[in-house]
Design a protein around this ligand. Structure first.
Ligand SMILES: [Zn+2]
Length: 235
C-alpha cells in the first residue's frame, strides 16, 4: 500500500473516533433533559391536584355554612312546635322539620364524602411530592455524571486531536485539502477499500481498467461514483 494512503487511513481512523466522541458528548444531556420534562409534568399534575383540592374545600365550606343556617332554622321550627294551634299547622310544621332534617342529613353525608376526597387528594399530592424529590435527586446525580463524562471526553478528544494533527503533518497539502473536503461530504469516510472491483463505501463497480491500475498501486485513485480515495483490498 502507498504510504500516503496508509497515513490517510490512520488519519481517518482518528477523525472517526473524534467524530464519534463528539456525537456521544452531544447525547450526554439527553437523560437529564428527559428527567427535566418528567419533572415539569409532575409539577403540573401537583398544581392540578391542588386546584381540585381548593375547589373541594370551598364546596365543603359552603355546605358547612348551609348546614349551620339550616340547623338554626330547624331549632326555631322545633321551638314553634310547642305553640301550634291546630292540626293543620302541626302537620305543616312537622313536614317542614322533616324536610330540613332530610336536607341536613344529605349535607352531612356530602361533608363526609368531601372529607374523604380531600384526604385522597392530599395523599396524591404527597405521593407526587415524593416522586418530585426522587426526580430532583436523580437530576442532581445526572448533572454530576454529565460533567464528569464531559470532562473525560474533552480530554480524550484533545489527545486524539493532538495525535491527528501530528499525523496530518505527514500528508501533502493538496491531498489534505481533498481529504477535508471529502470528510465533510461523506460523513468522515474518505478512504474506501475496493473488494473484487466494488467500492466498499458506495457499492458501485470500478471500471476494469481502473481496477487493474488500482491493483498495480502506482498512483492514488478515486472512486468514479463517490469520489473517495480507493485502494484494492488484498486477500
Ligand atoms: Zn465509491
Amino acid at each position: 500500500m502507498r504510504p500516503e494512503l496508509s497515513t490517510l487511513i490512520r488519519l481517518q481512523g482518528i477523525d472517526l473516533e473524534i467524530r464519534k466522541l463528539g456525537l456521544e458528548k452531544d447525547e450526554l444531556p439527553d437523560r437529564f433533559n428527559a428527567l427535566k420534562e418528567l419533572m415539569a409534568e409532575k409539577d403540573a399534575e401537583i398544581a392540578e391536584l391542588k386546584e381540585k383540592l381548593a375547589d373541594i374545600r370551598t364546596r365543603k365550606t359552603e355546605v358547612e355554612d348551609e348546614l349551620e343556617l339550616e340547623s338554626e332554622r330547624l331549632k326555631k321550627s322545633q321551638q314553634k312546635m310547642s305553640s301550634v294551634k291546630n292540626s293543620r299547622e302541626y302537620q305543616a310544621l312537622s313536614k317542614e322539620i322533616e324536610e330540613i332534617k332530610k336536607s341536613n342529613k344529605a349535607r352531612e353525608d356530602e361533608i363526609l364524602k368531601l372529607d374523604e376526597e380531600i384526604d385522597e387528594l392530599k395523599a396524591q399530592v404527597k405521593e407526587k411530592g415524593k416522586e418530585v424529590e426522587k426526580l430532583k435527586k436523580e437530576m442532581a446525580a445526572e448533572k454530576k455524571r454529565i460533567s464528569k463524562a464531559g470532562k473525560e471526553m474533552d480530554k480524550k478528544i484533545a489527545a486524539l486531536t493532538a495525535e491527528r494533527d501530528e499525523v496530518a503533518k505527514e500528508v501533502k497539502p493538496d491531498l489534505m485539502a481533498r481529504y477535508r473536503f471529502l470528510a465533510e461530504k461523506r460523513a468522515g469516510i474518505v478512504v474506501a477499500a475496493v473488494d473484487e472491483g466494488v467500492c466498499s463505501a458506495c457499492n458501485m463497480n470500478i471500471p476494469p481498467q481502473m481496477y487493474n491500475d488500482l491493483l498495480r498501486d502506482e498512483k492514488l485513485l478515486f472512486c468514479p461514483s463517490c469520489q473517495r480515495i480507493i485502494y484494492a483490498l488484498k486477500v
